[in-house]
Design a protein around this ligand. Structure first.
Ligand SMILES: C[C@@H](N)C(=O)N[C@H](C)C(=O)O
Ligand SMILES: [Zn+2]
Length: 237
């Protein structure tokens, strides 16, 4: 690798998505398509592998999202590929993830009701098919991604995928990396962040793996209307 790749630029302070529900949506009608496998773009459908009801082995996203994933993948250093863990998400899967984390968090913290729902929603969006504020992944505009080697070994970016902990915040290692291993994980987060944002995505600040294009999270961060609203996969086949 070149010097520049050895020391990627820090991840800058990130804009929150708070208030995303107020972002207007002008649906553009772009269909969902299967995310293709390529040398630098892999899929690893985690929720299907976990046997979550409704999850599929094929990952789907809006056409514009797939074009940008291919762009991001092509920008990665030699030997590193982009791996997609999840993309368009059926509501049944969103509900499963929400309920599962709510049960865990309730047990750990004793939270209930609105306070519990708010704490859960920091890491798992409220399941919603409401056309004014659908769950991010239900729009086909959100993707959960990581990095692997081109021979298929998943790379560790400081926490496991879907570890709903403060350390999963995208910039956590910018402030907290101490060991050489943590500095390497920080650099991998930087590589992922710069490849994705240069390709046009925005990041969700509490999760190093979650990126958006065209939906309300994206609209909130960029200050533009959203063009991807709620979509059913059947509408696209
Ligand atoms: C559940 C996690 N992988 C994720 O995608 N979180 C975001 C915030 C979401 O559910 O929209
Ligand atoms: Zn996500």
């Amino acid at each position: 690798m070149t010097d520049r790749q050895d020391c990627p630029a820090p991840i800058p302070p990130l804009r929150s998505v708070d208030g995303f529900r107020d972002v207007p949506i002008a649906e553009c009608g772009e269909p969902l398509r299967p995310i293709p496998a390529a040398e630098k773009l892999r899929t690893h459908p985690v929720y299907w592998a976990r046997g979550i009801p409704g999850a599929e082995a094929t990952l789907w996203a809006r056409e514009g999202v797939i074009a940008r994933l291919l762009h991001a993948a092509a920008a990665l250093p030699d030997g590193i590929a982009l791996v997609v863990f999840d993309a368009w998400r059926p509501l049944a899967v969103q509900q499963y993830l929400f309920d599962e984390f709510a049960a865990r968090l309730a047990q750990r913290t004793g939270l209930t009701g609105e306070a519990l729902a708010r704490a859960v929603a920091r890491y798992v969006s409220v399941p919603s098919r409401d056309p004014r504020h659908p769950s991010a992944h239900a729009t086909g505009g959100a993707v959960d991604v990581g990095l692997c080697t081109t021979d298929g070994r998943l790379l560790h970016l400081g926490t496991a995928f879907d570890a709903f902990v403060p350390e999963a915040a995208t910039r956590w290692l910018e402030e907290h990396a101490q060991s050489e291993a943590e500095r390497q994980q920080r650099d991998l987060r930087r590589i992922l962040f710069h490849a994705m944002t240069k390709a046009g995505f925005t990041n969700y600040p509490d999760e190093w793996w979650h990126y958006d294009y065209g939906n309300q999270f994206y609209g909130r961060v960029r200050g533009v209307p959203a063009m991807y609203g709620y979509i059913e996969r059947e509408a696209s086949v």
